[in-house]
Write a protein that binds this ligand. Sequence first.
Ligand code: GN1
Ligand code: MG
Length: 364
Amino acid sequence: MELNNILDNFEYHGTVGSIESFGSGLINSTYRVKTLEDDNDDYVLQSINHHIFTNVPELTNNIIRVTDHIKNKLETQYLPEELKRRVLTVVKTKNGLGYYKDDAGTYWRVFTLINNSKTIEVLENSEQAEAAGRAFGNFQGMLSDLPNPELYEILPGFHNTAMRIDNFKERVKEDPFGRFDEVKEDVDFLLKYEDEMKSIIKQGEEGALPSRIVHQDTKLSNILFDENNNELCVIDLDTVMPGYLCYDFGDAVRGGMNNGKEDDENLENVYLNMELFKGFARGYYQSSKDFISKAEINSLAFGAKLLTYEQSVRFLDDYLNGDQYYKTNKDKHNLIRSRAQIAYFKDLERNFSEMDSYVQGLYM
Ligand code: GN1
Ligand code: MG
């Protein structure tokens, strides 16, 4: 399908100069559209993986509600040109919809590209980590008064670790691709933590942790920064849904404060950078202190272990299931990813008490 023709269904302005592959997501495919004129915006064109996000109209509706809400909040603070850098803008189709379905059944959407923004692939210092923490806390804070109705639960039980573990055990039993023998030790290791890892869902069900609107995919590359490394806004809003604060805190520590890569094959590289963690926690504290509860503060450092554990379960589950969910680009990629997450989890275990007391200390 010609990307140019797809784009023509949207209300964009200017002459398309180039369309190039963009970003590093494991689910959707993303392109940057450059327009020739200096005074026209550039755009982000995305095909939505509707095998995963099966209800695209509801997905779109969530994103429009979330971005409109943030826009209304920030309107008094920023002039229009700057406001456009602080929250994503959905570009509608000529029929007024937030997505377009082509003849092949592929769904597309367009956002305005945020001017003079960048992502940070690897944090260089604790100031940057602090900005990242502020960005995610601030995002949660801005959505803490999103009016009813509740957002659509686009991926039910997305970070429901208890459900993930139960599904994983089923998969292990079925072993559809005969890969279990190879991963038996990994499975045994993970299942030792079953009860501990189910505790957050339990606290939620018992009413100890409030359900809130959270981002749920807080990798570092989902924050846009300006040229001076100040946070501008949070992107990739597909999984914004009801959940717990510790999911976002935890997933950011999982992705952004690991000295190694998510799929590092050299496990010696994989460990927590404590200075970055502390910076991140300080930034998160600054933007969450006005709305966070005591029980939620207690859950934050644990969230790092939880999300890392869950991610290793998810990667291993996909490996056992023949690699159908995550894009992979080498043999055994999901297994490599899962083992890197297990190694990181072990390091978080070692560092847990220092992490937890540092976080608790901030809110004292
Ligand atoms: C997926 O596509 P991307 O990179 O934004 C996944 C996250 C995982 C991440 C692991 C909807 O995110 O939950 O943490 O890969 N998103 C979905 O890199 O499953
Ligand atoms: Mg994502």
